[in-house]
Design a protein around this ligand. Structure first.
Ligand SMILES: Cc1cc2nc3c(=O)[nH]c(=O)nc-3n(C[C@H](O)[C@H](O)[C@H](O)COP(=O)(O)OP(=O)(O)OC[C@H]3O[C@@H](n4cnc5c(N)ncnc54)[C@H](O)[C@@H]3O)c2cc1C
Ligand code: FES
Length: 248
């Protein structure tokens, strides 16, 4: 892992507050769940880099999808095609995908790392269902790309005109006995509720909480897992949901 100075070869707005950035960076062998720390600007203000997942990587093209939630992502959103950005990584443990029929559950911007996962499952010819919930239809940012990957993709929004709900509300309509593995990424509240559902197959949760250093040193990202503390940045960011101990 190292710092890379990369040029944005394509920047696009996918919704009002979600944008994609594509870079050229050859020679990586990234796995789903891995991420980069992005330096927001040269003046070190904000001081800390921000973690952003690998949303896709193919033939040296690295895709990231970012939702504006605060100052760092707002500054990042002003970058244009042709601008250069410093990124550090890839970071995080490589997720080993299971050769089992899989259920992918994405909530909001949690779709970013799960899109890369879905492409990996497809390449490995592993059957999967992709359930993707967002607040509004315009926030279902990768809908067309996901439809191309899976004939069994279910999209739902909290403001849907036909049927309103969340990614988790869709699970009740599926035959859950069919699945042997699950992968989930979304707001902390979604993971907490999903854990309570006690699904009968292992679910791997992508944790996207706050990070400090991003490289294992500050312990600012500690999360309780199977009775001890783990660092999201070094030991994760993907953990088996059953072992995560949430305070909520
Ligand atoms: C491993 C990992 C991968 C990630 N991948 C992506 C990705 O692909 N795309 C993406 O858009 N985001 C991703 N995130 C989240 C992203 O890093 C944060 O949204 C970003 O750091 C916020 O920076 P900011 O300066 O804009 O917001 P800040 O100014 O730091 O915070 C603004 C507000 O947002 C809240 N907030 C900030 N970060 C988080 C968070 N992680 N969880 C919940 N609330 C938060 C704060 O409470 C605050 O109210 C990832 C996080 C991790 C740990
Ligand atoms: S963010 Fe510093 S140890 Fe994880």
């Amino acid at each position: 892992m190292m710092w890379h100075l990369v040029k944005i070869i394509n920047k696009e707005w996918l919704s009002r507050d979600i944008f994609s950035m594509e870079f050229t960076l050859h020679g990586l062998k990234p796995a789903p769940g891995q991420f980069f720390q992005i330096r927001i600007n040269e003046s070190y203000d904000p001081l800390l880099s921000r973690p952003i997942s690998i949303a896709d990587y193919e033939k040296g093209r690295l895709l990231m999808i970012v939702k504006i939630v605060g100052r760092g992502t707002e500054i990042l959103s002003k970058k244009k095609t042709g601008d250069e950005v410093l990124i550090f990584g890839p970071l995080g443990k490589k997720l080993k995908i299971k050769n089992k029929k899989s259920l992918i559950i994405a909530g909001g911007i949690g779709v970013a790392p799960l899109y890369f996962l879905a492409k990996s499952l497809k390449k490995a010819r592993i059957d999967f269902t992709f359930v993707y919930g967002a607040r509004t239809p315009s926030e279902l940012v990768l809908k067309d790309e996901i439809k191309k990957l899976s004939s069994r993709a279910v999209f739902i929004t909290e403001t849907g005109s036909n049927k309103a709900g969340t990614a988790l509300s869709v699970l009740n309509e599926l035959n859950l006995a069919e699945y042997g593995a699950g992968y989930a990424c979304g707001p902390r509240a979604m993971l907490v509720e999903l854990k309570k559902m006690n699904l009968q197959f292992p679910v791997y949760a992508f944790c996207e909480d706050f990070l400090g250093c991003g490289c294992g040193l500050c312990l600012g990202c500690a999360i309780k897992y199977k009775g001890s503390y783990k660092r999201i940045c070094e030991d994760g960011p993907v953990f088996e949901l059953k072992g995560l101990e949430f305070n909520d």
